[in-house]
Every structure is written in C-alpha cells, then in structure tokens.
Design a protein around this ligand. Structure first.
Ligand code: NOJ
Ligand code: NOJ
Length: 573
C-alpha cells in the first residue's frame, strides 16, 4: 500500500472515530434535554404546555410564525408511542399517569364533532384540535388519514403491555373501544384520498398507507387476544388490500418510493424513511413487502431521497457524495423557504441503525440489483450477493453504514444550539434554527434515533412472512348515487364540469373534471357514485376555448347519506 493511501485510510478512520465520539457525546447530552423538552409540551403540567388539557401534546409552544399551539393527532401519537415504549420497556416507570392522561384526552377528542365529521362519519380524520379539546374550525388540509392509525398503534403498544401484565379487563373496557374506533376508521376509509403528513397534497400517501397497514395487523392480533373476534375477518381483508396497494408506490425506473399519488412533485420525500422507521419490525428481516428499513427498496429509496438535498442546501456544499447531509421534507419544499428538518435528518439515521440491527441479528447482509447503488456508496466494487458476518464485505459495509448513519446525527448535533433546544427546521444556508421552537416531534425523533443507535429492538407488530396478494382489491366501500344539478347560463361552446375532494370527483383536478349534461339547459346535470357517509366538497367549473373558470369560494360541501340517493340543487356562483 502506498504511503499516501495508507495515510488517507488512517485519516478516514480517525474521522469516523472522532465522529462516533462526537455522536456519543451528543446522545449523552441531548437525551435528557429531548426527554424534558418533550414532557414540557404535554398538559397540564408541562412547563411550556400553555393551557393544554391533561394528556394533550402541543406541537410546539410557538404561537406566531408559525402558530403551533394546537394538538395534532399525528404528532401526539408519535410522541406517545415514544413515551409508551419507554414505559413498557421499563426505562421510565414514572410515565404511567401521563399515559393515562393521554388515553383520557384521546377518548374525549374522538367524540368531538369537527369539520371532517362526527366520530362515525369521518371525524377521526381531523388532523388537529385546539389544546382545550375543542374542534379547530378554520380552513386546513383535511382529512389526514394517518392520525387514527398512528394513535391506535400507540394505544395497542400500551394495551399489549397491560394484557401481558395482568390488566386485560382495563384493556377490554377502556382501551379496546377507542382502538376499535380508529381501526374501523382505517378499515373503512384507507382507500379514500386525504392530505399527506405534510398537510399539503390530497391524494394517497405512502406513509399513511404504511402506518394504516401496520395498525390493522397489530389490531387483528390484539382483537384475537381479547376475544374480540368479530372484527378479525373484515380487518384481515382490508389489511391484505392495503398491503397490496402499498406496493404500488414503488417506482422501479427511479428506484425509489413515490411518496404521493398526487401533488405533481418528484415524489422523493422523507415520507418513505419515516414510514420505514415507524413500521420497523426486526422479526421481518429485510422484507421488501413492508419496506423494512434494510429492504433493498427502502435503502434504494433512502439514497435517492438523501441525494436530492445535496445540491439545494448551502450547508451541504462541499460534502462528499457518499457522506451524510442535512435533509428536509422533500426537495421542492417552500415552507419557510425550504430547509432541512431535525426530524427528517434523524429519521435517515434511524432507518440505517434499524438496518444495522437486522444485519447484525441475521449475521448477513444481502445486496441486490435494487440496493446496489446504495451499497456502492461504501464499496465501489461490491456486487449483488449475500455476505455472511464472517466476510470482509460484511464488515466493510456495516462499518461504513454505521459511520454514514452517525453522520446524520452529527449534522443535527452541529446545528443544535447550545441549550439543546430542537426547533422544526434549521436554515439551509446558515444552519440557524428556524420555524417552530421546541417542536415536540423533533424531540421524539431524536429519542427514537438514539434508541435505535443503541440497538433497542422495538416490539414486533406482525410484519414477518406477510404475503402480498397477487391481485389488489381496492374495496372502495359503499357508495351512493348523488345527482348534481346546477343552473348555469353559458355561451355556445362553453360547458360545465364538476370536480371535488374525492376520487369519484377527480380530486380537484380541472383537467379530469366530470362533464355535465345540458339536456335540461339551463340546468346542467350529472349523477355520480360517491363514497357513502362522507364529507365531500366540490365546485363546478366552466371550460370555454380551453379557458377554465372556477366557481367562487367557498367550496360547496355536504355529507353523503349512508344509503339511498341525494340530489344537490345548485346555482352557478
Ligand atoms: C404549510 C406547511 O407546509 C404545512 O406543512 C403546514 O402544516 C402548514 N403550512 C401549516 O403550518
Ligand atoms: C407541519 C408538519 O408538516 C406536520 O407534519 C405537522 O403535523 C405540523 N407541522 C405540526 O407539527
């Protein structure tokens, strides 16, 4: 070996060594800060919980630019999953009363009628509430269908622990009813469009579908355990349908998971890494059917996602193409001008730590043609194959992946201010913290990434050995016929169309809007099968010589009946 290359190998080792020491240090100092920061944002006693009711998680104490003093079902559920896991692992037994407060708060929230509906007509998809447990009625991207799934996953973790510790009666009487409401919601509505986790795109979304699938599987297992067998066959049918649909997000040409079916973006998004870590089940190995963190598809996707930020953030410039960089929600993001987020950068690290847990557990690593580009970052000569833990290739790859993973936490460490506070974002050019301060989800994301780095293996949820059905049934659920009549005077060559918030109304697409018949002019008319018992918004549009004119705001809105038919009689606005 030439002196120079020996020197550079030593240099790399020294870098990796000192980076690992830096990250050790960060984990040690940041862990208690993150834990305290998280608890400070939970009412009523949290120091920053600003009037939140008991068990209510505020997203952040920030009240202006942005105002996050609300409780989101997604954020709260991810935060409480972290808390419940700590409690059930025995890491912190003082958390019990906080968990019971959360159960009580969510039991109340489920029943609050809100702009997405009532508890039985879709209201569980409401994304956020006021911190005093009343409905938030302002305009918002609603519904968001990941919330009930994430909440039931948190509650099921608690329920499983209680059953194992002799408290089945409480689970049956108090937890199962609220878990069942959420799972019934998932089972009924999974195939309907909703806003993604970033509250921006109304379509189907990989993260949402993945967490819905997980919730149904562990719900089935809990139902069997509790003897609540009447739900089992319905949930099983839908879980298989969801698993089948989940496969459709894979883009084989680009070798990544397309995060949303709508939205007109590249599809490269933290959505997929977050889905992998929140559906991690070490018992499933590197199974690609559930996009496990070490599956070839999830690793390929991770690379494409990470690489999409290399050239767009100033703080990433000059960093080698195979080293960690700051990552954000998705490259096209413009929120606060589009910046890296702590929780997304931590999610990349966590996915890689999860992968390492499985490779070390199964004592081998498999490289496929799909994951080759990911692994070539660390060994330019590696080829597809399976490498046992006794081989140098296994050592090279796992060592490099560990260094790569630590690199993402080192980035967060570098841009964490000296008081350890974690905001939502950090500036893409200066690294200064930005947007909501003390984001509860940022703290939870730090804690779960740290645990994964320590090798903590989460409880299995039943991902092992699942078989993807060969043909997908989308089970659109019950529909009802709705006739839309609108009185509209038009000029020759001008036509009236309809579009709205559900698939059947073409998801607000003016291009695909449904053409109405002018047989009863000036009344234009169409009858459409829409999902039953659903809040639906819609507008009529005019098309004349290629020019599209929308009706004025607000949207027209109604709740479709559970059965029978309905006629809407409108006048063009
Ligand atoms: C736009 C952001 O992109 C979205 O994620 C956020 O939830 C809303 N604004 C509200 O702050
Ligand atoms: C905006 C994020 O995009 C969304 O995911 C989150 O739920 C809210 N902020 C609250 O933290």
């Amino acid at each position: 070996m030439h002196a120079l290359s020996l020197f550079s190998v030593l240099g790399l080792c020294v870098t990796a060594f000192s980076q690992s020491a830096t990250v050790d240090q960060y984990v040690t100092t940041e862990s208690p800060i993150a834990k305290a920061g998280l608890l400070a944002n939970i009412g009523p006693k949290g120091a920053k919980s600003s009037g939140a009711k008991a068990g209510v998680v505020i997203a952040s104490p920030s009240t202006t630019n942005p105002n996050y003093l609300f409780t989101w079902t997604r954020d709260s559920s991810l935060v409480f999953k972290t808390i419940i896991d700590q409690y059930t692992r025995g890491s912190d037994t003082s958390l019990r009363s906080t968990i019971d407060d959360f159960v009580a708060a969510e039991t109340t929230l489920q029943q609050i009628s809100n702009p997405s509906g009532t508890v039985s007509s879709g209201g569980l998809g409401e994304p956020k509430f006021n911190v005093d447990l009343t409905a938030f009625t302002g305009p918002w991207g609603r519904p968001q269908r990941d919330g009930p799934a994430l909440r039931s996953t948190a509650l099921i973790a608690y329920a499983n622990w209680l059953v194992a510790n002799g408290n089945t009666s409480y689970v049956t009487s108090k937890l199962w009813p609220i878990i069942k409401l959420d799972l019934d919601y998932v089972s009924t509505f999974w195939n309907q469009t909703g806003f993604d986790l970033w509250e921006e795109v109304s379509s189907s979304s990989f993260f949402t579908t993945a967490v819905q699938h997980r919730a149904l599987r562990e719900g089935i297992a809990l139902a069997n355990k509790l003897g609540q067998t009447s739900v089992v066959s319905g949930y099983t049918t839908q879980a298989n349908n969801v698993l089948c649909f989940l496969q459709s997000y894979w883009n084989p040409t680009g070798s990544f998971i397309t995060s949303n079916t709508g939205g007109g973006r590249s599809g490269k998004d933290a959505n997929s890494a977050l889905a992998s870590i929140h559906t991690f089940d070490a018992a499933a190995g590197c199974d690609a059917a559930t996009f496990q963190p070490c599956s070839d598809k999830a690793l390929a996707s991770l690379k494409v996602y990470v690489d999409s930020f290399r050239s767009i953030y100033g703080i990433n410039s000059g960093i080698a193409a195979n080293q960690a960089v700051a990552t954000g929600r998705y490259p096209e993001d413009v929120y606060f001008n589009g910046n890296p987020w702590y929780l997304t950068t931590a999610a990349v690290a966590e996915q890689l730590y999860d992968a390492l847990i499985v490779w070390n557990q199964q004592k081998s690593i498999t490289v496929t043609s799909t994951s080759l580009a990911f692994f070539r970052q660390f060994s330019s000569t590696v080829a597809a194959g399976t490498f046992a833990s006794s081989t140098p290739t296994f050592t090279t790859l796992t060592t490099a992946v560990k260094t790569f993973a630590d690199g993402f936490l080192a980035i967060n460490a570098k841009y964490t201010p000296s008081n350890g506070g974690l905001a939502e974002q950090f500036d893409k050019s200066t690294g200064t913290p930005l947007s909501a301060v003390d984001l509860t989800w940022s703290y939870a994301a730090a804690l779960t990434a740290f645990d994964a780095r320590k090798g903590v293996v989460p409880v299995s949820w039943g991902a092992k050995g699942l078989v993807v059905p060969t043909t997908c049934s989308l089970n659109t659920g019950p529909t009802v016929q709705v006739t839309f009549n609108v009185v509209a005077t038009t000029q020759l060559g001008e036509n009236i169309f309809l579009t709205g918030s559900v698939d059947a109304l073409k998801n607000w697409s003016p291009d695909n809007a449904l053409a109405l018949s002018s047989a009863n002019y000036p009344t234009w008319s169409i009858t459409v099968a829409v999902p039953a018992n659903t809040n639906i918004e819609y507008k009529y549009i005019r098309k004349f010589n290629g020019v599209i004119t929308w009706e004025t705001d607000p949207n027209n809105a109604f709740t479709s009946p559970t059965s029978g038919t309905l006629t809407r009689s409108d006048s063009w606005r």
